[in-house]
Design a protein around this ligand. Sequence first.
Ligand code: NZQ
Ligand code: ZN
Length: 389
Amino acid sequence: MLGNFAYCNPTKLYFGDESLKYLNTELPKYGANVVLIYGGGSIKKNGIYDEVVKILKENGKNVAEIAGVMPNPTLEKLYEGVEIARAHKADLLLAVGGGSVCDYAKAVSVSVNCDEDPWEKYYLKFEEPDCEIVPVGCVLTMVGTGSEMNAGAVITNRETKMKIGHVFADESVMPRFSILNPKYTLTLPHYQMVSGIYDIFNHICEQYFSGEDDNTSDYISEGLMRSVINSSRIANKDPQNYEARSNIMWTATWALNTLVAKGKSTDWMVHMLGQAVGAHTDATHGMTLAAVSLPYYRHIMPYGLAKFVRFAKNVWNIDTAGKTDEQIANEGLAAMEDWMRELGLVMNISELGANEEMLEAIAGSTIVMTGGYKTLEHNEIVDIFRESL
Ligand code: NZQ
Ligand code: ZN
C-alpha cells in the first residue's frame, strides 16, 4: 500500500430488523430539540414515521419537522431547512430516509451556525466547516449511497445546473449514529432498489479502478462486488428476500464509508459524468451512473488494462485460457453489462431525458477528476455522453 493515511470512522451503526429500538439508546445523549427530516412521504405510507415519532415522544423530545426533502436535494430546500433548524435551536437532526435525506441533514448541520452562504463556502470553495456542527443521526430507508456512514452531502443548484458533492474531511460531519433496518427497504419500488444496487457497485468500481500497487483495499472491494452481484440477483427475482436485502444494505455501507479508499488513489469519474446528467435532468442517481458507465469503462480500459483483466477474472470469473488481455478485459465488461441488463437498469441517458442538443452543456458541467487511469479531455467527455445516448 503506497499511501499514508489516518483512519477513523465515528459513526455508530445499529443493524438488523430490531435496530430501531436503539434510538432509545441514542436520543438521551442529545438535548431536547430534535428536527425530524424526511422526504416526500414514503415513511408515512409504510409506518416508519409513526414508529420514529412514538420513540421521540417517549424520550420527551420537542420535535420540529423538515418534510419534503426531494431526491437530489436542492439549494433552495437547504436554505429553508437551515432556517427551521435555527428557529428550533436544534440539538439533533434526525434524518429518516434515503441518501437524499441523510445528505441534506449533513448539509443543514454544517450551515446552521455558519454566517457564510453554504453554497459558496462548501460547494464552490470546498471549505471545511469552522462553526459548531449540529449532530446528525440517520434511520436509513433506501440503500445505495453510503451516506449513513460517510461525510458526503450532495446538493443541486437548479439555477446554475450544478450538482456538487462535498465529501467533508471533518469526521464530525459523519452521522453520529445510523440505524440500518433491512426491513425498511422492502417497500422500495424495484426501480429504486436496482438503482441503489448499481450505486453500491459503482462506488466500489470508482475506488477499484485506480492505482497500480498491490493493495488490500482492492481485495476487499472484489469481495464486496461479489456479494452485491450475488445478493442483487436474488433480490431482483425475490425482492422480499430479507437475507439478500440485508446483505445489500450492509455492503452499501462498506462500499462508501471511506474504508476501501484508504491507501490508494480513486477515480470518481463515473459519478462526475452521472452528476452532470443529474444536474440537467434531475434523474435518479444510480440510473445516471448506469447509463454512462459502460461507455466510460470501455474508453479508459486500455489505460488500466491490468486492472480490467483482474476485474474480469476475480469478479466475473472469466475463463482466461488462450485469450489476450484485451479479450479478457472486454469479456469482464460484457459480463457486467449482462448483469446490468438482467437487473433492468437504465442503460442510456436518452431515457433519462438527455438529448444530442444538451451534450455540450452537460459536458460543460462535468467536473474532471484526475485519480483514475485517464484524465478526460472535454472532447472525450462529449464522446462518452454521445455513446451513452
Ligand atoms: O421521498 P420519499 O417519499 O421518502 O421517497 C424516496 C425517493 O423518492 C423513496 N424511498 C426511500 N425509502 C423508501 C422509499 N420508497 C419506498 N420505501 C422506502 N423505504 O426513494 C426515492 C429515492 O430516495 P433518495 O434518498 O433520493 O435515494 P438515494 O438513497 O439514492 O439518494 C440519492 C442522493 O444521494 C446522493 C445522490 O447524488 C442523490 O442526491 N449521493 C450521496 C452520496 C454520499 N453521501 O456519499 C454518494 C452517492 O454517490 C450519491 O451521489
Ligand atoms: Zn453514488
